[in-house]
Design a protein. Structure first.
Length: 255
């Protein structure tokens, strides 16, 4: 198919046809109406002129790699539940919006300047190849209450990945054996909720991390020595000193 102007989808064949617009290299923008409920595998793959695409909340099913190689897209593509695409030119840190439940397969693939990413509490599904070849990615923070799946090759070839913070109180239900393939896990640190380190050390895939560390998840988990300058009173920490620094869980200096 060949398009040179903005196109409005009225209906997909079978509503979720695979590769429906794949290879439409002159399609500049597209609007998906609320009548569409699903997008097929590789729906817009290699639409290299595509700069704009809206994803309505009516879409409740998305196949893997819907925007793979859409190299001209300049803004993230997502709705209230699904995160479908981050432009490969994105640089630095990215926080996935609250409410997102699924990272679609390939959504962050080849974001080679992405350095860290934070997954919200609502997230439960990380699709196949979600972060594959994010070669500058060093830190992943998973705030999720429950993780149902971490797919095949999810972090494959994330060669700089050295730190993962995971705050899920239970072990992720399913993780592909190759989720971290070609990642130097022996040199990486996995921070887990307080009391969960031994569980992760005995679990497939996770046990391959070089260091697995319990992280305090509440004020009650923080241990204060008998130093006169640090005490806990009514659930609050009091520090008496002229020079002090506060860091968040990612190691960023706050004060």
């Amino acid at each position: 198919m060949y398009f040179t102007h903005k196109h409005y989808i009225t209906q997909f064949y079978n509503n979720d046809s695979d590769a429906a617009f794949s290879g439409c290299t002159s399609l500049p923008s597209i609007t998906i109406p609320s009548s569409v409920t699903s997008l097929g595998y590789n729906a817009f793959q290699s639409c290299t002129a595509l700069t704009e695409c809206s994803l309505p909340n009516s879409v409740t099913q998305i196949g893997n790699y819907p925007f793979y190689q859409c190299t001209s897209l300049t803004t993230p593509v997502y709705n209230n539940k699904f995160f479908a695409y981050l432009p490969t030119t994105y640089e630095g840190e990215y926080n996935i919006p609250d409410g997102i439940e699924t990272i679609v397969g390939g959504a962050f693939r080849l974001c080679t300047s992405l350095t860290s990413v934070k997954l919200p509490k609502s997230l439960s599904y990380i699709g196949n190849q979600s972060f594959r070849q994010c070669s500058a990615l060093t830190t992943v923070t998973i705030m999720s209450d429950v993780i149902d799946n971490i797919g095949a090759l999810a972090f494959n070839n994330c060669s700089a990945l050295n730190t993962i913070y995971i705050y899920t109180e239970t072990l992720p239900k399913k993780i592909a054996t190759d989720a971290f393939s070609n990642v130097p896990l022996a040199e990486a640190i996995l921070y887990v909720p307080s009391g969960m380190a031994s569980t992760y050390r005995g679990a497939d895939v996770w046990k391959n991390f070089g260091s697995i560390v319990d992280t305090p998840t509440s004020i009650g988990d923080i241990k204060i020595s008998d130093k006169p300058w640090a005490t806990i009173v009514d659930g609050e920490i009091y520090i008496q000193t002229e020079q002090w620094e506060i860091y968040n869980s990612n190691g960023t200096l706050l004060k």
